[in-house]
Write a protein that binds this ligand. Sequence first.
Ligand code: SF4
Length: 361
Amino acid sequence: MIIEIPSFQKTLLNWFARYSRDLPWRRSYLPYHIWISEIMLQQTQMERGTAYFERWIKRFPDIASIAEASEEEILKYWEGLGYYSRARNIHKAAQLLMKKNGGQLPADRTSLLAMPGIGKYTAAAIMSLAFNKDVPLVDANIERLFARLFNIETPIKDKGQQTFIWRNAKEILPPGQARNFNQALMELGALVCRPRNPNCTVCPVHNHCQSLTLGVVDERPVPGKTTDTIRIEMVTGFLQKGGAIFIQKRPPNGVWANLWEFPGGRIEAGETPAEALVREYMEETEMNIGNLSKITTVKHSYTRYRVTLHCYTCFLLNGPQRPVLHEAQEYRWITPLDLHRFAFPAGHRKLIEFMRKKKLL
Ligand code: SF4
């Protein structure tokens, strides 16, 4: 440890008191608010996460209201945030808390880790931010900050460096001030020690920073292994019949579990998007479709996939008019006005938004 701890703590806490952002969960520090905000902000930018948080809390003001809601509604309020297992886990955890803990979040690590969807990071966030327990916390902002502050010379995700980072987060934590101190570290990483162009000239802890002293700020953090992205071409069809639209509910397990969709799938080698759509409809529903008309192409990403989704309108031809479902648990014929009641994966939601904008719905 090279930084001078008491001076570092004091400087950082003063800076946080002056410059921290006014975020809705910071107004009360209710454990429930901290829990939801921490789960929502994983893989989500702050501005977007805040908007979703406010909408969520308005509809679900407490754990009981989540437990009582249907999974369908929970997914609808999560729609667009992705990683839907997070929403399903919140729902399950809320039901568990109502049964076993009077609708309250526990304050100890073992009980928190026993809840669906709560791992080491979220448990530490709830304990330190909601209950102000002396527990260290490390997120991506703190990892980057520490990589620069302590001049970490190998990738921060390496096991040895993770141990080093968590150990230092614990060592520099001022007793009784975990709530403000952990947030101050995260806030400094988010606002000043940013991924690109860290603003060292205004950094309150610049005189503790080893990579600044050594002139290697631009080389920290050292990049780790990158995962290759995979590009895939998919197709989907907006099937219409007498003013109604066909939607089906995906299976309860696997990708986008329990979300609704328009049938479709991957385009196979040698197929045109239109041929793939006719095949997919037949395989998934045994319905024969035709009169295809291209609507648009939307692009979206999930995990490491970059998807190009070709979108068509289509109609039923001869043959069975009722679907036989092979890759869905139920189906509906709905009016365009009812579309807002169902949660769809990102690509299909973008298609609906496009059609609304173009007044095609
Ligand atoms: Fe980050 Fe620069 Fe501050 Fe060092 S001086 S902690 S690199 S912002």
